[in-house]
Design a protein around this ligand. Structure first.
Ligand SMILES: *[C@@H]1O[C@H](CO)[C@@H](O)[C@H](O)[C@H]1NC(C)=O
Length: 245
């Protein structure tokens, strides 16, 4: 067994031990799902169309979102014809994004504002990132449920990393005290954004915000938190998905 196979084997073991899906359900309401999928991507070219187990990242996201039945429509905002075709194939609506909003420097919030500008009746939206390939219906249902009483909901993972920071030339602990290094078992950990989804409102987005002080979070299990940025991430995701099917 080589190192990557061993990694795959251990990940799959951990992954298998953690699968229990809750049985929440959300009914269709006035919420629109949005996937930003431009043609150019750094790192992995055409990343949104890369396949894992015969399904592109984009298709997989659309299917899971659609399976959740929480959304009025699923939109894909893209500047690219191939991506538009793939989106339609899986039943999503396509918003053609102007090139000037599909650059490397374009932030998500700028692309969201451009989308909302073209669709004036949409008040509530859920941004999904198809690089988070372990999106599950139960996370979506939890998020939609919490969104009823919050302005914003986003996905988080728990982190038990001891962080340090530079203060000038000095290096100092950032999230713990030197005299009281927390032990994993009695530390709740930090929460960090998982980047899987962001539910938010037009009134925030037009101000250039996805979040305010009235947000809720959905905690993503550690084994579902993988985001595809590199070919190595892709290898790990394929190995997990293949062993599942
Ligand atoms: C979507 O639902 C179908 C039918 O229940 C199921 O076969 C499929 O695995 C689900 N796909 C995803 C990606 O959730």
């Amino acid at each position: 067994m080589n190192a990557l196979q061993f990694l795959c084997f251990t990940i799959v073991l951990q992954w298998d031990n953690a699968q229990v899906d809750a049985n929440l359900h959300c009914s269709a309401n006035d919420l629109h799902a949005l996937i930003l999928a431009r043609g150019g991507s750094k790192g992995i070219p055409y990343k949104n169309l890369v396949e894992i187990n015969g399904l592109s990242l984009l298709a997989r996201s659309i299917i899971t979102i659609s399976n959740s039945t929480c959304f009025k429509h699923i939109w894909v905002s893209t500047d690219d014809e191939k991506i538009a075709l793939e989106a339609k194939k899986y039943g999503a609506l396509v918003h053609i994004r102007p090139e000037e909003y599909a650059r490397d420097e374009t932030s998500s919030i700028e692309a969201i504002k451009e989308f909302l500008g073209a669709h004036k009746t949409i008040q509530n939206f859920a941004l999904f990132q198809c690089t988070s390939v372990f999106l599950r219906e139960k996370y979506i249902e939890q998020a939609v449920d919490k969104f009823q009483s919050h302005d914003c909901v986003f996905s988080v993972k728990r982190s038990h990393k001891l962080r340090w920071k530079f203060v000038g030339e000095q290096i100092l602990p950032d999230n713990f005290y030197l005299r009281a290094r927390p032990r994993r078992q009695d530390w709740r950990g930090d929460i960090v954004e998982a980047g899987m989804f962001y539910l938010s409102k037009r009134m925030l987005a037009i101000k250039g915000l996805l979040q305010n002080e009235n947000c809720a979070v959905v905690e993503i299990a550690a084994e579902d938190g993988l985001e595809i940025d590199t070919y190595r991430d892709l290898t790990i995701a394929r190995c997990i998905m293949n062993s599942k099917s």
